[in-house]
Write a protein that binds this ligand. Structure first.
Ligand code: SF4
Length: 496
């Protein structure tokens, strides 16, 4: 890292556009760099992933440095991540580490840098039926808008947070709060956010890998399916044991006797009347308003979605099970002489069917995916001809990882990547007060391909020069490929 001395006791950090002057013993504005006796040092250690013979192991807590004997055979494929690597600025300077090693007879190189991402954000998937907000509702933290609600997915609500508009396009406070919320989410911390406006506000606490907390209640289960799907999955639990089943769902409420499933299984019509818009037989939309009650509706009493039974079809003694899409809520009724449902004790067999629905629900968790644009200036730290890096990524000659975790590279132009923060080492993210997020990114390829795309060849160092006792060692997470494995690359696949 080049430094420019301006006074005996201060040095200037040139790792980002802020260009802090840092006094001896102090740290810079981002908490990442410090002045240690006149030397500018990156405070977090460089993180190395130890890939030991491709062994799939759970992601471990940091290895105690004392356990490390300096023998790189301990991790026979050490992968130098960009976590703690530092940043070079302006971007034309070569990346902080350009590391080579031979992998199965092929010279590979990894270009390692902590990218400063002004164009970045997170996509959050929250496994819950509960209504968190309407599409396009604003998501706020500390009163500042940081994103919005996206299209719901199957059993999950989606949020899009951050992005350049919130980081740079609003007030200074909006940018600062957005950056801080992104940083905490990406570093697996809990962030409380408010969704919607005064007449419909939901409070949600999001933490990667943890259940969401909605209006103070921790969510437990992700729904087994929509109401119609639930009817299709569990009819054998009901036919012969109850006359009618309604699976209450905010999106598609299912009715056994009318559903194709009931027709095939000879379930007799019951004369039931569901309030809401009929889609196809046994499938109803908009039976209630969205909310945090049964099946993501706003109801606590399931009978409110029923109209009067048809007296020409229904009969006294008709039994009715109403259940939510997670099986957590259920109620059993029997029609009286006036064909009005009266609550009754649920038979064990039907209680077991609600339990079976719950058993088939997966735990509700929050997933946080970092998304950033790496197709801009940081490419200059890799090559003097940046577009060649973009083409190399598209051609599967270059593997892109973030903290050693495989990224999804979006199709089309640029290098827009997405990665699950849980696949990355802890503490992978930082920030600079511009404001922007700092995220690790590595580009791995053959040395020959690096030369072809105009790489900074004179800056290549052997991995043995980089791995030291000061570096932090972590194990690769079990589901992640080794970035240097040949099967990641087109040239290896074509050879087979
Ligand atoms: S904010 Fe951090 S990276 Fe930027 S100049 Fe200051 S100390 Fe260096």
């Amino acid at each position: 890292m080049a430094t420019d001395r301006v006074a005996p006791e201060k040095i200037r950090c040139d790792a980002c556009p802020v260009m802090c002057f840092i006094a001896d013993g102090k740290i810079g504005a981002c908490d990442r760099y410090a002045n240690h006796g006149g030397d500018l040092v990156r405070l977090d250690p460089l993180t190395i992933i130890e890939n030991t013979s491709h062994k799939l192991v759970p992601f471990l807590k940091d290895t105690d440095a004392d356990d490390w004997n300096g023998d790189i055979v301990q991790g026979n494929r050490p992968f130098v991540t960009a976590v703690g690597a530092g940043t070079t600025y302006p971007d034309y300077k070569p990346a902080p580490f350009i590391v080579s090693q031979e992998i199965d007879g092929v010279d590979m190189v990894t270009v390692v840098t902590e990218g400063i991402f002004s164009y970045c954000g997170v996509k959050v998937k929250i496994d819950t039926d509960r209504h968190l907000g309407h599409e396009c509702d604003v998501v706020r933290v500390n009163g500042e808008p940081i994103g919005h609600v996206m299209t719901s997915e199957y059993g999950s609500k989606m949020l899009s947070l951050g992005g350049v508009e919130h980081l740079t396009g609003g007030s200074k406070k909006e940018g600062r709060v957005t950056c801080d919320a992104l940083l905490r989410l990406c570093n697996r911390e809990a962030v409380e956010m408010e969704i919607g406006d005064e007449d419909h506000t939901t409070t949600v606490v999001v933490e990667a890998g943890k259940p969401p907390v909605v209006n103070g209640m921790e969510e437990k289960l992700m729904r087994v399916g929509c109401g119609s799907a639930t009817i299709g999955m569990f009819p054998k639990q009901w036919v012969g044991h109850v006359d009618e089943v309604v699976v209450v769902d905010d999106h598609i409420t299912g009715v056994l006797s009318e559903h194709q499933t009931g027709k095939i299984l000879d379930v007799a019509p019951t004369g039931i009347k569901i309030k809401g818009r009929k889609s196809t037989p046994g499938r109803y939309f908009q039976v209630a308003k969205p909310g945090t009650g049964w099946g993501g509706t706003d109801i606590e009493d399931p009978l409110t979605i029923l109209g009067p039974f048809n007296p020409k079809i229904a009969w006294e003694g008709l039994s009715l099970l109403m259940v939510s899409t997670t099986g957590e809520q259920y109620a059993y009724f029997v029609l009286d002489a006036d064909l009005v449902p009266q609550a009754a004790e649920i038979p064990d067999r039907l209680k077991a069917s609600a339990d079976l629905i719950a058993e088939n629900c997966e735990p509700s968790v929050c997933s946080v995916l970092f998304m950033g644009g790496a197709g801009g200036s940081l490419r200059a730290g890799v090559t003097e001809n940046p577009v060649r890096l973009t083409r190399s990524v598209k051609d599967s000659l270059t593997f892109v990882s973030c903290g050693g975790a495989e990224t999804y590279v979006w199709p089309g132009g640029g290098i827009t990547v997405m990665v699950d923060v849980l696949d990355m080492p802890t503490g992978s993210f930082g920030y600079v007060p511009t404001p922007a997020l700092v995220a690790p990114i590595e580009f791995t390829m053959r040395v020959s391909d690096y030369a072809t795309l105009g790489g900074h060849m004179s800056e290549i160092k052997k991995v043995s020069e980089i791995v030291s006792v000061e570096t932090r060692k972590v194990a690769q997470i079990g589901n992640q490929p080794d970035p240097m494995d040949h099967t990641n690359y087109r040239w290896a696949r074509e050879r087979r």
